[in-house]
Design a protein around this ligand. Structure first.
Ligand code: SF4
Ligand code: SF4
Ligand code: SF4
Length: 312
């Protein structure tokens, strides 16, 4: 009997769904074994009955629920709770689902501040300063899935490598734990390390003194952090290279920006990165800002609006 899979996107850009499709021909193998019972990226399955005649949101039952995106509004929350109710196993697919992802950068602002910024002209209805009819209410923050529902399997990455998506699905079908790395990007990076770097301040990537582009083989290129370039490999979970292992960005000589989230699920990429910079001899006061160190993992209360004494 085929395994029933339900896939849904919440506060998501659809890149994670593209990673599923990017499994290529292996997707055909998977499709021989699974039945997608609901997958908005591929088929139009209605939420309130196929004729829109039901009062309550309802999704089909499934063995596995694959959810991309975090939870930002009431509709996302309702969908996530419905999926939890209807699925035996829930997989958080992608860093938005596991740690809030890029959208959780909004957590540094209050909702009113965000709405004021984006709705700069008045609406046609003077009693309603922002368009709101038929639009789900924003929650007070952008949440990772496990802040609202129980998650069984975490598959971070922005997006996760298709090899990892394949491995996670096959592992479920074979009833075994998925073979996903718990190391850091640095642990899988072939660049040359000498210990402490010689630069005290961060260097802009394009002005890197010893970076010779593709002319230099990766295993003789000096570690970017040791060259004073902000590379977040030390504080980021490995896996983005898929079966080839070499981290995706490093393979094109670009520093890691942290898209797989922290090495340990509950880690804090900003605090860990400041430590890594300091232990490489870099003066952390030379950083123009630190919020972006949490650009992929601002949920779980890691990013919050600055405290204001007037409570605004
Ligand atoms: S993790 Fe990245 S690719 Fe996936 S939904 Fe979020 S932003 Fe898009
Ligand atoms: S800091 Fe960057 S360049 Fe250096 S080892 Fe880690 S991932 Fe590679
Ligand atoms: S190197 Fe870092 S930013 Fe680049 S894909 Fe891998 S985890 Fe993401």
């Amino acid at each position: 009997m085929k395994v029933k899979v339900l896939s849904e996107w919440l506060n998501s850009c659809s890149g994670c769904e593209i990673a599923v499709v990017d499994m290529g021909e292996r997707l055909l193998d998977v499709l021989n074994l699974v039945d997608f019972v609901h997958i908005p990226v591929l088929m139009d399955n209605k939420y309130y009955g196929q004729l829109g005649d039901q009062k309550h949101l309802s999704l089909p039952e499934a063995d596995v629920g694959l959810i991309s995106g975090g939870i930002r509004n009431e509709e996302h929350l309702e969908l996530a709770q419905e999926i939890r109710k209807k699925c035996k196993i829930v997989i958080a697919l992608g860093t938005c689902a596991t740690h809030g992802g890029i959208p959780s950068l909004c957590n540094t602002y209050g909702n009113n501040e965000i709405l004021d910024r984006y709705y700069t002209t008045e609406t046609t209805d003077p009693s309603d300063s922002y368009p709101s009819a038929g639009i789900p209410e924003l929650l007070e923050s952008c949440y990772a899935l496990d802040e609202k529902i129980h998650v069984d399997v975490y598959l971070p990455g922005c997006p996760p490598h298709p090899d990892q998506v394949f491995e996670a699905l096959v592992a479920l079908l074979e009833n075994r734990p998925a073979n996903l790395s718990d190391k850091s990007v640095c642990d899988t990076c072939p660049t040359r390390r000498e210990g402490k770097g010689d630069l005290k301040k961060l260097t802009r990537f394009l002005k890197a003194p010893k970076h010779n582009g593709f002319a230099e083989p990766l295993d003789t290129m000096r570690c970017l952090l040791e060259q004073g370039i902000l590379c977040m490999g030390a504080v980021t979970r490995a896996g983005c290279g898929g079966n080839t292992i070499t981290p995706r960005c490093l393979s094109v000589r670009v520093p890691c920006r942290g898209c797989y989230g922290p090495v340990k699920h509950e880690g804090n990429q900003m605090m860990d990165m400041l430590n890594a910079l300091a232990s490489n001899g870099i003066d952390i006061t030379s950083l123009p800002e630190t919020t972006s160190l949490l650009r992929f993992s601002g949920a779980h209360g890691q990013l919050r609006p600055p405290f204001k004494e007037d409570g605004a």
